[in-house]
Design a protein. Sequence first.
Lengths: 186, 159
Amino acid sequence: MPSNTANTDPRFGEDRMLTETVVLTRLDKAIGWARKYSIFPYPFATACCAMEYMSLSMSPYDIDRFGALLPRFSPRQADLLMVIGTVNHKLAPVLKRVYEQMAEPKWVMAFGACAASGGFYDNYATVQGIDTLIPVDVYVPGCPPRPEMVIDGLLKLQQKVAKEKWSDWPRGEAPVTQNQNLKIKI
Amino acid sequence: MDSVTLKKLKEKFSDSIVDTHSFRGDETATVKKEKIVDICKFLRDDNELLYNFMMDITAVDYYGREPRFEVVYHLYSLKYNRRVRIKVPVPESDCTVDSIISVWIGADWFEREAYDLYGIIFKGHPNLKRILLYEGFEGHPLRKDYPVKGRQPLIGPKN
């Protein structure tokens, strides 16, 4: 059986050329499709979760299957900021600076319990979730999360990226979670 | 039974030794803070002691006791394979102790750490500022009266 039935279907006639060479779609949809399979991550690795990131990027789990392997160690070339590990108050300005250096469109993954919520480090030194500093697109819980969970988070991010519209960018002022009630007078 | 270290310390600084303690070869001397530099120099230079390795300086907060703080020095003699612990009680009203940088240069960062987390001032330290926490942090978090749920405001990027 011929692979392209349009070639032999007499109903198409002169339109045969058109069906073989032209695809009709919306531009934002096409760009979203291209973006979701070419996410360059920036691994902001601070703690033990980084070991899980290594496992994730090696061949047994191989996030290159989803187009997200190539780590760019310059934030200016990266699309996805993966915050992998505990962020303390002293590091907070660095994380914020790295986020601001990334070119739009940019996304953020909170990798592991510490990045998502502070984890069990409920103390004077640790930021209680990076969403008090920068906007977060996808949270991956776990201490550390299994690579399967990170892949699940990545696929969720891809769905989100594919649905984005022109009007979503630039994002402008970051919507950051307010955490005022955590401040207790010393 | 006192070993050579405690015996020599008691002979030389009889009026400065508050208490000594020895348990299974683990020796401790509690001394007055005015004499700490002299005692350290003696422990380092005496030919039968030669404590040439300053291993650790830390502090303890005995909240509710007077004197409230204690600075603890751990010393090691590479030559004789001996260790000794020197404790210095520090009251909260006069929260200072003389720096021993002139004796062991390695005391630098340990003293900064104790200052950072306990707020003990080391007099004579050339660069006594926070080492682990950041400039602008209020209070000293390892003090027992620091609130458990105490949070500091986040600091932004420095330009």
